[in-house]
Design a protein around this ligand. Sequence first.
Ligand code: 5GP
Length: 215
Amino acid sequence: IYFTYNKLFLSMGKLFVISAPSGTGKTSLIQSALKDPMASSSKLGISCTTRDRRAEEIEGTSYFFISDDRFEEKILNNEFLEFAKVFGNYYGTPKDWVLATLEKKENVILELDTQGALQVKARFPEANTIFIIPPSYEDLQKRLEKRNQDTDEVINARLKEAKKEVSIGKSFDRILVNNDFDEALEDLKTLMFTNNDLPRNRKLHAEKSLDLLLD
Ligand code: 5GP
């Protein structure tokens, strides 16, 4: 059984699950990494969500925006690889698409919250989980304020949630710090497109930042 299992995964694409506290810059980093020529056989998963569409978002590109009833129907039909409730809304990853893409030997990148990432890791132990951290909570707060998207109340809720996410994210396979966008992008590309680990100085920087966040 072990042999078959290994053989199966050797002939499939790689699965990456990326999480980060909200405001860390995860989406921009992933979007930039996907513009690299090395990303030609990597596909970003499109999730279903029950939250309202934001003005700049496109149905079927950013998310599939569906009703609560429809989402619950999909849960019952076992259509999700994982799902979670984040900030009061449902989010879920369509299972068939992920499996079909991996079978085509394409790499799949999922941008999930930490609960979803752990669910995927439990089902696919060979998934590569990557957690992106801010250099400090002060830095994260500044970024959330600069984004000008949320009220003070929402920013405080996001910071509180960030602490919970960090306590879960510390167990991910790889941790990288977004202190400087270009350096973090380089780190992400290294992990996604090569078989190398991060350079020693970058790894140390991430570990130090993580310690600070866990204090
Ligand atoms: P947003 O509403 O800002 O687009 O996303 C909120 C959070 O939900 C982010 O952390 C995002 O990564 C996460 N998320 C997006 N899609 C999924 C999904 O399919 N499953 C899970 N568990 N989290 C998701």
